[in-house]
Design a protein around this ligand. Sequence first.
Ligand SMILES: CCCCCCCCCC/C=C\CC(=O)SCCNC(=O)CCNC(=O)[C@H](O)C(C)(C)COP(=O)(O)OP(=O)(O)OC[C@H]1O[C@@H](n2cnc3c(N)ncnc32)[C@H](O)[C@@H]1OP(=O)(O)O
Length: 292
Amino acid sequence: MAARIMNLPKHGLCHLMRTSALARHYAGSTGSASPPQFTTLSVDDKTGIATLTLNRPPANALNAAFMGEIARSIKELEKSKCRGLILTSSSERIFCAGLDLKECYQAEASHLQGIWVALQNLWHTLYSTPLITVALINGHTVAGGGMLALSSEYRIMLPNFKIGINETMVGLAVPMWLIDTYLNVIPNRRVAEWDLTASRIYKSEHALKAGLVDELAASKEQGLERAVAFISSYPKHSLVARAITKRQFREKDLKNFEDNRQHDLEIFLSNIQKPNVQSYLGEYLESLKKKA
Ligand SMILES: CCCCCCCCCC/C=C\CC(=O)SCCNC(=O)CCNC(=O)[C@H](O)C(C)(C)COP(=O)(O)OP(=O)(O)OC[C@H]1O[C@@H](n2cnc3c(N)ncnc32)[C@H](O)[C@@H]1OP(=O)(O)O
């Protein structure tokens, strides 16, 4: 795959957007002059398929800046009329460890608010995008990381990693928009309810059996090939009809989210600041450190 950002003048799939132009565009849309910090974006000029690589070591933990960057890249790719997006990680062990818990611990309310709004926006952007989306899960992906994978349309995972939504483990309820996202992948309500209430984390092989992921790939290279094959399986002439159909499937979930966006934020802020949740979060962070 050509690792560069450029246009596809022949068939008009992607407009010219070199790295510096992209940086200028980010500056325009965010008010900040800084170029992407935590991701790299490449677009294959032949296929019109973009690869967005998450690169915030050590765990690709999501803070507001990182989430904003991912969401803006998706919006840019939509405007440039790329056909598909592959999300993957630069780490060999972790696709995404969810929200940056260090930033959720003993933080100001305004900071927590920024994190949650960025998470809401990222979910909305990824879940609603007309792009054909594939998560190439080349490492563990939990909580907010699970959200990234499940909001994509197709999941290819490497063996021996973990995937799941573990919010109840940290003493917090799973928001309705994430339940809807889960049900979009695992429509068996009983299984979904059990998974989410029990914070069930699947190993890759079991996730495949359960339908949480669609394919296993032996290596990242093979996964990339499979991701390109999935996106390319949609003929060019069907892309608009495809996108409308995708939107119709997801419309109810998106509307429910919009109707409850503010309430969802208030619930998060109220729960995350509770002394028992903060105290548990502190212990949980210690346990992550002790592992090292
Ligand atoms: C309480 C928070 C808000 C709850 C909101 C409720 C509403 C639900 C909505 C759902 C959406 C988002 C919520 C979240 O995402 S909460 C995040 C929960 N995430 C986790 O519980 C993951 C914790 N991490 C792990 O389980 C493991 O790290 C791993 C991902 C399985 C990888 O294991 P590993 O053995 O390969 O690596 P490990 O040594 O554990 O970690 C490497 C370093 O990365 C640091 N780290 C890991 N996860 C996080 C994190 N989430 N935030 C910040 N830092 C993280 C870890 O401390 C190591 O650092 P160091 O090398 O020791 O410095």
